[in-house]
Design a protein around this ligand. Structure first.
Ligand code: SF4
Ligand code: SF4
Length: 336
C-alpha cells in the first residue's frame, strides 16, 4: 500500500471528506475514441477556482485532484497548482502527459507533495496515434515527461490502457517501464460516453484477451461487505466540483449537491441532498450475494453510465469480475 492509498483508506474509515476532485476543463489536446468524456471548450474560471480553494482550506481538505479533460490544457494550470501547494494541500494530477514541459516541472519542483497519474496510450508512436488521433511525436513527449517527473522527485504512477489491439505488446511494454523503475499498472475499464454513446465499449478486451491481461493485474480479492455496505467513498471521503461550480459526489456521478457560489462546500456537506445520496449509494443486494464480489471492481459511476441507476448492474463490470474469478481460481486454487 502506498502512502497515498493508506491516506485514502484511513480517512475513508474515519468518514471525513478529505479529498476534492476539480474538473478544471473539458478541453483535451487528444481525441481518443475510447474516452468516456465529452470534450468541449469550457474552463473553470479563476474566481471560481480560488473560491473553491478558500472553502477547501477552511474544511481542512488534504488532497486536491486536478481532472479534466486534460487539466494541463487550462491556461492557468500553473498558478492554480501553486495555490494548492502553497495552502499545504497535496495535489494529484490526472494527465495524458503530453503537455508537461521542463519549465513546468522546474516551477513545481519546490514542492514535493505532487502525485502524477499519467495515462499512456499505445506502446509506440504509431499505436498512440491510432488510439488518440494525435501525432505520434506526442507519444515520445509523454515518455520524456515520465523522465522529467521522476527527475524532479514527484510521486508518479503510469497507467497503460488495455485494449484488444495492444494486448500483444502491453506485457513487454509494462515490463520495460517497470525495469526503468516506473510504477506501472494496466487499466482495462471502459465506460460508455457521458451522452450514452457506446463507442468506447468497442475497444473493450475480448474474454480471451482479458484472461491474458489478468496476469498483469496486481490485485487481492476484496473482502465481502459486512455491516458497512457503502458502495464507495463518493460523498463520504471525497467530493468533486465540475467546471461550472456544481458540487457533485464524484465526477462520474453528476447529481448536483448545489452550485458554488450559491451553495458552499460546507453547506453541501451538511445538506439533506448529500445525506440522501449516501443512503442511496449502497451495494445492491444482488452484489452482496454474488459469488464474484471479491473480484469485482464495481463503480456506482459506471452503473449510472450503463444502466442509468446508481445501484444498477453493469454487464461489462460483471464480465470482468467473472473472468478475474476464473483467472484467480486457476492460479490460487485454495482461495475463492
Ligand atoms: S463513483 Fe466510481 S470513481 Fe467515483 S468514487 Fe465511486 S467508485 Fe470511485
Ligand atoms: S459481478 Fe456483477 S452482480 Fe456480481 S458483484 Fe459485480 S457487479 Fe454485482
Amino acid at each position: 500500500m502506498t502512502i497515498w492509498e493508506r491516506f485514502r483508506y484511513e480517512t475513508a474509515a474515519q468518514g471525513k471528506i478529505t479529498a476534492l476532485d476539480l474538473e478544471l476543463t473539458k478541453r483535451c489536446n487528444l481525441s481518443c475514441a475510447h474516452c468516456y468524456k465529452l470534450r468541449g471548450p469550457q474552463m473553470m474560471d479563476g474566481s471560481l477556482f480560488h473560491r473553491v480553494l478558500d472553502q477547501a482550506r477552511e474544511l481542512g481538505i488534504f488532497m486536491i485532484g486536478f481532472n479534466g479533460g486534460e487539466p494541463l490544457s487550462h491556461p492557468q494550470f500553473l498558478p492554480f497548482a501553486r495555490r494548492v501547494l502553497e495552502e499545504g494541500i497535496f495535489l494529484t494530477l490526472v494527465t495524458n502527459g503530453t503537455l508537461i514541459t521542463e519549465q513546468m516541472v522546474h516551477e513545481l519542483s519546490a514542492w514535493k507533495g505532487i502525485r502524477f497519474q499519467v495515462s499512456l496510450y499505445g506502446h509506440d508512436p504509431a499505436s498512440f496515434s491510432a488510439l488518440t488521433g494525435a501525432p505520434g511525436s506526442l507519444w515520445e513527449k509523454a515518455l520524456h515527461s515520465l523522465e522529467l517527473i521522476r527527475g524532479a522527485g514527484f510521486h508518479l504512477e503510469v497507467i497503460l490502457l488495455a485494449v484488444d489491439q495492444e494486448i500483444a505488446h502491453i506485457g513487454g511494454f509494462m515490463a520495460s517501464l517497470k525495469n526503468q523503475g516506473f510504477d506501472t499498472w494496466v487499466n482495462p475499464i471502459l465506460f460508455p460516453r457521458e451522452d450514452g454513446d457506446e463507442t468506447p465499449l468497442k475497444f473493450a478486451l475480448s474474454n480471451e484477451n482479458y484472461l491474458k491481461l489478468s496476469q498483469l493485474e496486481d490485485y487481492n480479492p476484496i473482502p465481502r461487505c459486512e455491516g458497512n455496505c457503502q458502495a464507495c467513498g463518493a460523498g463520504v471521503s471525497s467530493l468533486s466540483v465540475d467546471v461550472f461550480g456544481n458540487i457533485v459526489p464524484c465526477l462520474l456521478i453528476r447529481e448536483s449537491l448545489g452550485k458554488i457560489p450559491n451553495t458552499s462546500l460546507a453547506d453541501a456537506l451538511g445538506g439533506e441532498t448529500l445525506k440522501n445520496f449516501i443512503k442511496k449509494n449502497s451495494i445492491p443486494p444482488q452484489c452482496v450475494e454474488c459469488d464474484y464480489y471479491p473480484h469485482c471492481v464495481r463503480c456506482p459511476g459506471a452503473s449510472v453510465f450503463t444502466t442509468g441507476l446508481l445501484t444498477g448492474i453493469s454487464g461489462e463490470t460483471c464480465r470482468m469480475a467473472r473472468l478475474r474469478q476464473i483467472f484467480h481460481s486457476s492460479h490460487h486454487p485454495d482461495h475463492h
